[in-house]
Design a protein around this ligand. Structure first.
Ligand SMILES: [Zn+2]
Ligand SMILES: [Zn+2]
Ligand SMILES: [Zn+2]
Ligand SMILES: [Zn+2]
Length: 164
């Protein structure tokens, strides 16, 4: 789960119900504390888990750790299912189910033809096949009764239908 949180600096709670810092687990007796979701932090304890830079404006929260924006993107960036390289947030991608590909990585693994808008393709165990290669393979596998879904492709999103 990805969370981008705007930090707010709050006045410390009254003495009777002092908050415990999520970072150092000590009671916060400072005048100000930082709130991240429902957790409280010392201003000094709220630092990026990767580069230790203090987080003052926004932070990214994941698995109980907080990160600055650049480390978060570095660590948890979406990766291309083709080349396994990171995908920039602004980059055009092809999606196939939960897999995301660079446009240039979206090609048939048999004939290496780039799949373009309107092409039909098959996603089989994470591998992309163009329709003709799939059909060729299907002929071979017909006795084994191998089935796969065929996806009709558009540029950045795809709808699909089951091929029978
Ligand atoms: Zn602390
Ligand atoms: Zn950082
Ligand atoms: Zn790629
Ligand atoms: Zn092909």
């Amino acid at each position: 789960m990805r969370q981008d949180i705007n930090l707010s600096k709050n006045k410390g709670a009254p003495r009777s119900r002092r908050a415990v810092c999520e970072g150092c687990t000590r009671i916060i007796s400072d005048r100000f504390l930082m709130r991240v979701n429902d957790a409280s932090w010392h201003e000094d304890c709220l630092q990026c888990a990767a580069c230790q830079q203090p987080l003052t404006a926004t932070c990214y929260f994941r698995d109980t750790k907080v990160y600055c924006k650049s480390d978060y993107q570095q660590l948890f960036a979406t990766k291309c299912s083709g080349c396994l390289e990171k995908i920039a947030p602004t980059e055009m991608v092809m999606r196939a189910l939960e897999c995301v590909y660079h446009l240039s990585c979206f090609y048939c693994c048999v004939c290496e033809r780039r799949l373009c808008k309107g092409d039909e393709f098959v996603l089989k165990e994470g591998q992309l096949l163009c329709k003709s290669d799939y059909e060729r393979e299907r002929e071979i596998n017909i006795e084994k009764n191998v089935q796969a879904d065929i996806y009709t492709m558009h540029t950045s999103t795809m709808s699909y239908y089951i091929y029978c």
